[in-house]
Design a protein around this ligand. Structure first.
Ligand code: M7G
Length: 323
């Protein structure tokens, strides 16, 4: 990609030829330095509330689909002084009495946008990011075992990124804490959604070492030592490292999750992080309490979850008259 640009600048005979898009492989996408090779097919969502745009496209000449997620970063009070320079320009929109309204352009070094690239992207990835009509499904234990579980086993997303983290093959330098015990252990690291810097949007992920717990549905009193160990150690590391006590942290699980390997989300309580709504988030402390009251609580409870109309599971449930 960068090579393609260099070739254009060098002014050799290649300038006369139509630009050739370079073939991209998965490894190349990890080292993207610009977006010249991104060819947009469709905008999947554009949200003003969380200032995010998700585009579907391809990279270079490949047919593989690529998701590009761009998100405007929050301001940081600590670095505000850097914004007040001549490089920050103001263009007047209007003035009225004491009120001035301007379009402000920031210098590029303080105007970075968080970009996430998923490449190659599967149908499931695309569906996850596309704005869609959603429904709540009340999942009884019987519905789970007869329809949902068999469906999920066939359709679930690849967990290679999870194993790469647990095996120290990826994101090693991002690990905040880990416990190597095979049954109580976990890895705590910044979530893909967090840049690791701005505490007001703190978002960490604890991935358990055990590979046989798919989701909340599988948890029983056998897992209490794991859940308590994880909660106590993660909250104490967060206190030490980020000076945030457990009372200022939201520790929760998603049901249904996107990835079926047990993991716990830790976010700053005052951050309206994505996925914290009542129809999806279950506080870890409540989960522990429910299991303490009834060991098989999550096997006998009806658990609601949300489903997009475009999801294959929606069609399956519709055929059966469940939604
Ligand atoms: P989830 O509850 O399964 O679904 O959470 P969600 O994605 O709808 O929330 C999985 C969590 O893992 C999410 O918070 C993702 O942002 C995060 N995540 C996903 N991937 C592919 C990665 C990754 O490669 N690295 C890290 N650090 N986090 C990831």
């Amino acid at each position: 990609m960068a090579d393609t640009i260099k070739e254009k600048i060098s002014g050799d005979s290649k300038d006369l030829e139509p630009p050739v898009k370079k073939q991209c492989r998965v490894e190349d996408s990890a080292d993207l330095t610009d977006l010249a090779s991104f060819q947009t097919q469709r905008i999947l969502s554009c949200e003003s509330r969380n200032k995010t745009l998700v585009a579907l496209g391809s990279l270079g000449a490949t047919d593989d689909r690529c998701l590009l997620i761009l998100e405007k970063k929050p301001f940081e009070a600590e670095t505000f002084d850097k914004l007040c320079t001549a490089s920050t320009t103001l263009k007047k929109v209007f003035r009225n009495d004491v009120y001035g309204n301007y379009e402000c352009t920031l210098a590029s070094d303080v105007n970075a946008v968080k970009a996430t690239v998923i490449y190659p992207a599967s149908d499931k990835h695309i569906q996850k990011f596309e704005t869609q009509t959603i429904h709540i499904v009340e999942e009884t234990p019987a519905l789970y075992t007869s329809v949902i579980q068999p469906f999920l086993e066939k359709e679930q997303l690849n967990l290679q990124w999870v194993y790469n983290i647990l095996d120290h093959k990826s994101e090693v330098d991002r690990i905040v804490s880990e416990d190597t015990d095979p049954s109580l252990g976990f890895v705590l690291l910044p979530d893909l959604k967090w840049d690791g810097k701005d505490l007001k949007s703190l978002y960490l992920l604890a991935i358990v070492r055990l590979t046989n717990i798919k989701s909340l549905r599988d948890l029983t009193s056998d897992h209490l030592p794991l859940l308590k160990n994880l909660y106590n150690k993660c909250t104490s590391v967060i206190k030490e490292r980020y000076d945030l006590p457990s009372s200022r942290i939201r520790a929760f699980l998603h049901y249904q999750p996107t990835f079926y390997h047990l993991h716990i989300h830790f976010t700053y309580l005052q951050y309206d992080a994505p996925g914290i709504h009542t129809e999806r988030a279950h506080l870890l402390t409540s989960v522990i309490n429910n299991i303490e009251l009834l060991s098989n609580y999550y096997q006998v409870a009806t658990l609601p979850f949300t489903l997009k109309e475009s999801d294959k599971l929606f069609s399956v449930l519709k055929e059966k008259g469940i939604v």
